[in-house]
Design a protein around this ligand. Structure first.
Ligand code: NAP
Length: 302
């Protein structure tokens, strides 16, 4: 082969014995944007690392995690349907994970322990703050009582924000409120509002957060039972759905001149802790990574 032939060859990405490895465990996992985001940061910071999607069937989670740990991975993200299994497998639970009842970030510590973190709640708050909105005091109306709602409720309460929970299935809203009240620090700052009676609650709220899958591309049909005409002009409207970024809720809120926060930034901010733990660098969240993900999501209903 001539030198010219050699130069024409593609340059393989170097993965060697010292390459730091992490990934995201889910089923399915092909849709996850985490590999794009983490590999962008790895390239941006010139870190010898790789982050891969790890499709793991329900029931195979524990064996997969032990195998990845034995194979020298630094840790993984965990997504649907494994977040509760991740909560059970860890040796050390961070407070965020204890309060959320689930784990979305595993770190394989040098002493052999598996550490579990839940970064959704703090990712949500960091994203709102990145929009120049202080998250402290006041009252938030939280729509939904699923996994994301629990993480966000815990983080809001930690910052002194009173939380009113409303969910289509009222029993789940009460369960979530009880779980939050069980934490002495949260105290009486949580209550539940009826799903079909939000008109009396909304005027007293500073923030509205949709954590349901209503509005999501391919999600359930229908609208949320909120009338933004009843909101104060200071209401901040947040939607954690990020496909599409501009949900019907956010479009209506923007048309009324309300401040809006979409879900993409939460996705980015929640990834930060894992990246720092596995790859040793705290990624700066700039417009580049947001533009990269935004362009990728546009093909999917955004
Ligand atoms: P989950 O645990 O399955 O909870 C789903 C929630 O949506 C429940 O409260 C459920 O109410 C409600 N819901 C579903 N269909 C509904 C309908 N037709 N009408 C009213 N409420 C309905 O899901 P999750 O993990 O919390 O995720 C929820 C959403 O947040 C998803 O769209 C997900 O993509 C998004 N998310 C975004 C981020 C981010 O980083 N931006 C992170 C996590 C999640 P019931 O209890 O009545 O069923």
């Amino acid at each position: 082969m001539t030198q010219a032939d050699m130069q024409a060859l593609p340059t393989p990405r170097r993965i060697g014995g010292r390459t730091a490895l992490a990934g995201v465990i889910g089923w399915p996992v092909a849709h996850s944007r985490s590999p794009l985001m983490h590999n962008f940061w790895l390239a941006q910071y010139g870190i010898d690392g790789a982050y891969v999607p790890l499709p793991v069937r329900p029931g195979a989670f524990d064996v997969a995690v032990r195998g990845l740990q034995a194979a020298g991975f630094r840790g993984t993200n965990v997504t649907i349907p494994h977040k509760e299994a991740a909560f059970r497998i860890v040796d050390r639970l961070d407070r965020s994970a204890r309060r959320s009842g689930s784990v979305n970030t595993l770190v394989f510590a040098p002493d052999g322990a598996i550490e579990g973190y839940s970064t959704d709640g703090d990712g949500f708050v960091a994203n709102v703050e990145a929009h120049g909105i202080a998250v402290t005091g006041g009252r938030a109306l939280l729509l939904g009582a699923g996994g994301a709602a629990r993480a966000i409720a815990a983080s809001l309460l930690d910052r002194g924000v009173a939380v009113t929970i409303a969910n289509r299935t009222a029993a789940r809203a009460h369960e979530l409120a009880d779980a939050m009240r069980a934490d002495a620090e949260a105290g009486a700052m949580v209550d539940v509002a009826p799903w079909d009676g939000l008109g009396t609650v909304l005027p007293g709220c500073d923030m509205l957060v949709n954590t349901t899958s209503v509005g999501m591309h391919g999600g359930p049909p229908g609208d949320l039972p909120v009338d933004l005409a009843l909101a104060t002009p200071a209401l901040v409207v947040c939607d954690i759905v990020y496909v599409p970024r501009q949900t019907a809720l956010l479009r209506t809120a923007a048309a009324r001149g309300l401040r809006c926060v979409d879900g993409l930034g939460m996705l980015i901010h929640q990834a930060r802790l894992g990246f720092r733990k596995w790859f040793g660098t705290d990624p700066v969240i700039g417009p580049e990574v947001e533009a990269l993900l935004d362009a990728d999501l546009r093909g999917e209903g955004s």
